[in-house]
Design a protein around this ligand. Sequence first.
Ligand code: GDP
Ligand code: MG
Length: 181
Amino acid sequence: MAEEEIGEEYLFKIVVIGDSAVGKSNLLSRFARDEFDHNSKATIGVEFQTQVVEVDGKEIKAQVWDTAGQERFRAVTSAYYRGAVGALIVYDISRKTTFENIKRWLDELNTHCDTTVARMLVGNKCDLENIRDVSVEEGKNLAEEEGLFFIETSALDSTNVNTAFEIVIREIYKNLSRKVL
Ligand code: GDP
Ligand code: MG
């Protein structure tokens, strides 16, 4: 009897990091469930959510991890980063300090993960144009300096949220194909 063919399965672990209240949990719930939570309850309990994305006709499971509030105590554990192949590093365009702290998050990512992790700098809350505190240019420049993709998003009105995750997922897939060849 012919051996049963086992389809290729792709499971990518992606971590979402950045200061407290920049909108990490809401980016995740927008991506995975198309939901927004005004009371920020999204943070509680949930460790990761899985969303299937199609790339090159292949089904890819994106397992996206949420810090679940650990970042408030600057205590994101090494288990959180283990096995990650992609990262969204998020700041809030209406709060400069969250942008200034991006370097710290990059340092932390670099201590736990190697340089092959696909990285996207995310300026979230771009719906808050009237109280913008970080210009698009500043975001772009930092991303260029650090070799990151860059995008501005709004978890509130859905702007670019899927695109942010999809770019990272495509990059991971591309890196993977390169390794196999
Ligand atoms: P986390 O601590 O990084 O997980 O942030 P949350 O997802 O819990 O969001 C923190 C607060 O910011 C909550 O009050 C959200 O409703 C709000 N928030 C999140 N994303 C956006 C956004 O894109 N636009 C606006 N205006 N508010 C947002
Ligand atoms: Mg949260």
